[in-house]
Design a binder for this molecule. Sequence first.
Ligand code: ADP
Ligand code: ZN
Ligand code: ZN
Length: 721
Amino acid sequence: MSQTEPLVVQVALDVPLPQTFDYLPPDDEALPPVGSRVVVPFGRRTLVGIVLGHEAASTTPSQLKTIERVLDRALVDEDLLALHQWASRYYAYPIGACVSLLLPPALRRPEGFRAPRPQAYQLTDSGRAADVGRAPARAKVLSSLKEGALSTESLTEQGIKTSTLKTLTDLGWIAPCPRPAGEPPTKGPVLNSEQSHALSEISSALGRYQAFLLNGVTGSGKTEVYLQAAQAVLARGQQVLMLVPEIGLSPQLIRRVESRLGVAAVVYHSDVAEGERLRAWQMAKDGEATVVIGTRSAVFLPFASLGLVVVDEEHDGSFKQMDGPRYHARDLAVVRAKHLNIPIVLGSATPSLESINNVNQDRYQTLVLSEQASQAPPPRWRVIDQRGEVDGLSSALLERIDHHLTHGGQVLLYRNRRGFAPVLMCQACGWQADCTRCSAHMTLHQTQQNLQCHHCGSQRPKPNRCPSCEDPNLIALGAGTQRLEEALSQQFPDHPIYRVDRDAMTGRDDFETLLDRVKQGGPCILVGTQMLAKGHHLPKVSLAAVLDVDASLFSGDFRAPEHLGQIVYQVAGRAGRVAMDDGPAGEFILQTRHPEHGLLSSLCTGRYLDFATELLAERQAAGLPPMQSLALVRAEAHQTPPVLAFLEEAQARLRHRGLTVLGPIPSMMPKRSGYWRHQLWVQAATRPELIQGLSEGLSELQALPSAKRVRWHIDVDPVSL
Ligand code: ADP
Ligand code: ZN
Ligand code: ZN
C-alpha cells in the first residue's frame, strides 16, 4: 500500500454479527497493533474490542468513527487470536466472541481495571531494618513475614487488615510477590510397568505435537502419570495446563497437584471471583503460573511457555460449551497443542467414541493402564430384573446390599434423578404433573413439598387434590435419590446412608468432607447422581449398582448408548475387592425392566472398548458422528410457525451451498422454558466441506428477515440433540 493511503483498524466486538468493524486510529497515537485492547463507539454504546488487523481504506475514511482510547497495546497474543479465528470458523460463531473468550471479565469493561490484590507479600530490606515503634498492627505484619513470604490469605486470616498491607507496601517495607509454594515436592509412588511406559512415551514427545489417549479405569493411576509428566515439563521451565470437567475440579485434586509438584496451582473457572480470574490470567501470561487447573474456558488462557496439556475425563460432556460460542474445549486443546508443537494427553476410563476413532485413524496414540493400582480383580457383573418391584430397589439388590454391608463392604448406588419421584400422577384419571413451560414431567421434592422442573427451574406447591378430577389420591411414581435414601434408611437402619446430589451437597466442601469420612469409615451406603460416578477412588466400595438404565435404552438421542456405557463402566469401576483378607469380592449390579434388551448384552461383556467398538460400527452404518461430521441449526420461539419458517429458508440456503440438510424436526425436548424448538441436521461428504458451507452460510442466515423472529444458532459437533 502506498504511504498516503490512510489505514483503518479492524476491531472485533462482542456483538452478534459475524464481521469485524472498521475504525480510524486515534489521531495522536501510533497505530494500535494487532491484539490491542481498545474502546470504540458502537451505535449509542461504548464497547471494548480487540484489534484484529489493519487495512488500507477503500471508502472515504471520514465516514468511519475513530477509536476512542487504546487501553493496552498488543495485549492478546497472536497465537491465541489464530486459535480463536480457527474456532470461530469451525464452530460457525461470530469472530467478536474473542472479546469474551480471550479476556477475563475485568478486562471487558471500558473503564479499565483495578489491579488485583497481590497474592502474597514478602519483607523488603528496608522492612527488615524498619523501626515500627508503637504500631502493633505493623509490627505484627513484619514479624509474620520474618520467616519468609506469606500468602495474602494467610495474612488476613491472622487478622491483618488489607489497609495495613497497603500502607506498608507504600512505605516500601513489604512488597507483593508470587504465592509461595507450600512444601517441597513429595515423591510419588514407583510407577508400574504400564505407567512407566506411558510416562516415557509422553516425556519423549515433549517439544513436539503428539496427542495421546490415556485409557485406564478409575484408580489405575492416570493422575500419577499426569503428575510425573508435569514434573518433566516444569523441569524444562515450561507450563502445564490441566483441563478438568466442572464436577472434577476438587480441592482434593488441587491439593494433590500442589503437594506432588511443590508449586502453587492456579485455578481458572467461571465461578472464580473476577479479581482472581484476572490474576490467574496475568500469571499464566507472565509465566508465573507453572500449573494451571481449569474447566473448559481455560483452553483460551494465554501462556508464556506452555509445554503440556492434560484433559482429564476427556469424554465428559461439560467440555462442550452449550450456549454462545459452542466450542469443544477438548478438541480445541488438541488444535492448540498442534499449533504450539507440544504434546497433549487425553485421559479417561471410558473414552469418547471420537477419541477412540482418532486412535483407530492413527491420529492419537493410545496408552493403556489395564492394571488397577490396587491389584483388585474386576468385579462380577449381574443384571437384575426389577419388573414388579417398588421404590426402585429390587429385593435381589437389597439382599446383595445386606451381604456386602455385613461383610464389611461399602455400597455405591447410582441413580441419575434427584428429588423424591420423577412423576406425580392421579390414580383416578391419569393426570400427571407436567411443566407448563417444558415438555417434561415435574419432579416431586418431598422435603420442600413442591414440584420442580429440572429443565427450566420453575416450581409450584404440591397439589392436595388432582387439578383435573379433584381426586385426593395422587401417587408418586418412580424413585429419585431422596426416595431411595428414605427407603434405604428403613431397610438398613444400622448403617449410615449418604445422599450425594445437588440438593444434598450445597457447600463447596460438603462432598470432599463426606468422601474423607467414607474413606475412613466402615460399611455404609452412598446413593447419588453424576457427582458420585466420577473421579474419586473409594477403596472400600465392594458393591456398585446402576439403579435404572431403562430411559437410556429407548432414548432417541444417538449418543444415549455411549453415555450409558460410560456411566455403567465408570460406576462398575468403583467396585473392587475390599482390601481385607475376608473382604467381600467386588460386585456390580445393573437393574432394568428390560433384561432382554440387546444393548445390555453387549454392554455386559465386561470390556468398555469392545462395547465402544460395536457402537462405532453402528454409527458407521448409520452415517453418524464421529464417522460423519454433523452440525445442527437449532431455532426456537414462543410459537412454532416462525421457527419452521426460518428453518425452511435456512435449509434452502444451506442446500444451495452443497450441504445435505434434513428437517426441520422437533428437538428431543420439543418445548423448553416456554420456547418451541426445532432443528435441522446438516451434513456433508467431508468435514472441511461442512465447515466451509456453514461459515459461508452463517452471514446469509443472519441476513434472513425470518431469523429476526426466532432465537437460533448453529451447533457443530453437537453433544446433545
Ligand atoms: P486415576 O487417576 O486413574 O483414578 P490415580 O493416579 O488417582 O488413578 O491413582 C489411584 C490411587 O492409586 C492413588 O491413591 C494413587 O496414589 C495410587 N497409585 C497410583 N499409581 C500407583 C503406583 N504405581 N503404586 C502405588 N500406588 C499408586
Ligand atoms: Zn385426576
Ligand atoms: Zn420446565
